[in-house]
Design a protein around this ligand. Structure first.
Ligand code: NI
Length: 393
C-alpha cells in the first residue's frame, strides 16, 4: 500500500507544485477565501469526490467513500487563509496581491489536503474507510474551525488529522508531538481610568500612563513569582492607546494583549488573577479600571494513538531518522483544537526548511519560504496515515 501511495504521489508532484504556486500567488485573507475555495472545489470534483461549497462561510468539504455510507468518517483538515503581510521574497510565484501573503504555509496545507484526496481517490477500494476532507477558512483569526463545526462537518466523524508546516525542520522530515502541541490563546483588554491634568501639576491629576506602566510591570513580575514555572504563562501587551499631548496628563489608557497557557487549570484562573493585580495597582493610586478577558482557542492536545499513527506512518515511509519526536510544545495557537473538543485528533509538523540555508525565516515573516519538496512528503505521510487508520489494529 505504501509503495502504491508513493508512486501515485510522486507522479502527482509536478501538478501539486503547480497547485501550490497558484494558491501562493493568489492569497486571500481570513473569511474571504472565495477564489481559493472555488479552486479547491474544482480539483476535488475532478478527482471524483462529493463536494460541498460554502461550508463554514468560505470552507469546502470533500467526501471520499471507501466503505459503506453509514460508516464513520476520518476527517482530514487543512486551512486555506493567508495573512495581511506584504511578501518580500523574490520568487517568481510570489503573491500578486498587495499586502496579502501565504506566510504561514496554508497554501502548502491546502495542497497537501488536495494531494491526499487525489491519491486516496485513486485507491478508494484499498482504503477501507470514509474520509471527509475539511478545507477550512479563517484559521488566522481563530474562527474558521467553529464556523465549519456549526455547519455540521463533525457529524459522523470518529477522528481528525491535521498538518502544519515547520520551517525549523528540513524538508523530507516530519515532527510529531505527544500531548500538548500548541497553547491556549486568550485576548486581554485592560482599561485604566485616571484623571486628566496639567503635565506640570501631577499631584492634581491621576496619571493613567504611569499607572499603566506599573500594571504592565506588576503583571510580568507576578508571572515569575506567583505562577508555577513548570506551567508556562506568557502575557504580552502588544498595543497601548492613551494620552493627548506631551504636557497633558492622560486620563485613560487602553492595553491590548494576548495570554498563552498550556494547562487548562492554569488557564481557568487567569482572568481572576489578572483582575486582582490590576485592581490592586489601580486602587493604590485612585484609578478606575476595567479588565475584559476573552477566551480564544484552547490548546491543541494531540491524541496518543493518532500521534503514534503519524509516527509509525512516517517511520515506515521515511525511516526513523526523518521522524522527530518533538520534546517541546509551541506557545503559538491553532484552531485545530476546536475540533478536538468533539473527537480525538492529531496534527503533525511538516518540515519545510532548506538544509543548505543558514536562515530559514520563521512563519509570518515577509520572506518566509517553503522548500516545495516537502509537499510530496506531506501527501504521502497523510495518505498513508489515513490508510493505516482504517487497517484493523
Ligand atoms: Ni498557520
Amino acid at each position: 500500500m505504501l509503495t502504491l501511495i508513493k508512486d501515485l504521489a510522486t507522479k502527482l508532484a509536478p501538478r501539486l507544485i503547480e497547485i501550490r504556486r497558484h494558491i501562493h500567488s493568489h492569497p486571500e485573507l481570513s473569511g474571504q477565501e472565495y477564489q481559493t475555495a472555488a479552486f479547491v472545489a474544482g480539483v476535488l470534483s475532478s478527482s471524483g469526490l462529493r463536494v460541498q461549497e460554502g461550508v463554514g462561510k468560505t470552507g469546502v468539504v470533500g467526501e471520499l467513500h471507501g466503505s459503506s455510507q453509514d460508516q464513520p468518517f476520518l476527517a482530514i483538515r487543512t486551512d486555506m487563509d493567508a495573512l495581511p503581510i506584504q511578501e518580500s521574497t523574490a520568487l517568481e510565484y510570489a503573491s500578486r496581491k498587495e499586502g496579502v501573503m501565504h506566510a504561514c504555509g496554508h497554501d502548502v496545507h491546502t495542497t497537501v489536503g488536495l494531494g491526499t484526496a487525489m491519491v486516496l481517490s485513486q485507491m478508494a477500494e484499498e482504503l477501507g474507510g470514509n474520509v471527509r476532507f475539511l478545507f477550512q477558512p479563517a484559521e488566522e483569526i481563530a474562527q474558521g474551525a467553529s464556523w465549519m463545526i456549526e455547519d455540521g462537518v463533525m457529524k459522523n466523524v470518529a477522528a481528525i488529522l491535521g498538518v502544519h508546516v515547520f520551517p525549523s525542520i528540513s524538508a523530507g522530515s516530519i515532527g510529531v508531538r505527544y500531548g500538548a502541541l500548541t497553547a491556549a490563546a486568550d485576548d486581554l483588554e485592560i482599561i485604566i481610568m485616571g484623571e486628566s491634568g496639567h503635565g506640570a501639576r501631577p499631584h492634581e491629576a491621576i496619571d493613567a500612563i504611569w499607572i499603566a506602566a506599573q500594571v504592565i510591570t506588576a503583571l510580568q513580575q507576578a508571572i515569575s513569582r506567583t505562577q508555577n514555572p513548570l506551567r508556562p504563562v506568557v502575557l504580552s501587551i502588544g498595543k497601548i492607546n492613551g494620552g493627548r499631548a506631551s504636557n497633558v496628563i492622560a486620563d485613560k489608557v487602553q492595553l491590548l494583549g494576548t495570554v498563552r497557557s498550556l494547562h487548562p487549570e492554569t488557564r481557568a484562573q487567569l482572568p481572576n488573577w489578572i483582575e486582582k493585580i490590576v485592581a490592586n495597582v489601580c486602587h493604590s493610586y485612585g484609578a478606575g479600571y476595567q479588565v475584559n478577558y476573552h477566551q480564544g482557542v484552547p490548546g491543541v492536545n494531540n491524541d496518543y494513538a493518532l500521534t503514534q499513527l503519524f509516527q509509525s506512518a512516517g517511520e515506515e515511509a521515511w525511516g526513523s531518522d526523518r521522524v522527530q519526536v518533538l520534546p517541546e510544545p509551541s506557545l503559538g495557537a491553532e484552531d485545530f483544537s476546536v475540533y478536538l473538543e468533539h473527537v480525538p485528533g492529531a496534527m503533525f509538523r511538516l518540515g519545510v526548511g532548506y538544509s543548505d540555508r543558514i536562515i530559514n525565516h520563521p512563519l509570518h515573516h515577509p520572506e518566509f519560504e517553503v522548500n516545495e519538496s516537502a509537499i510530496v512528503t506531506g501527501v504521502i505521510t497523510m495518505a498513508y496515515a489515513a490508510c493505516k487508520y482504517f487497517q484493523p489494529r
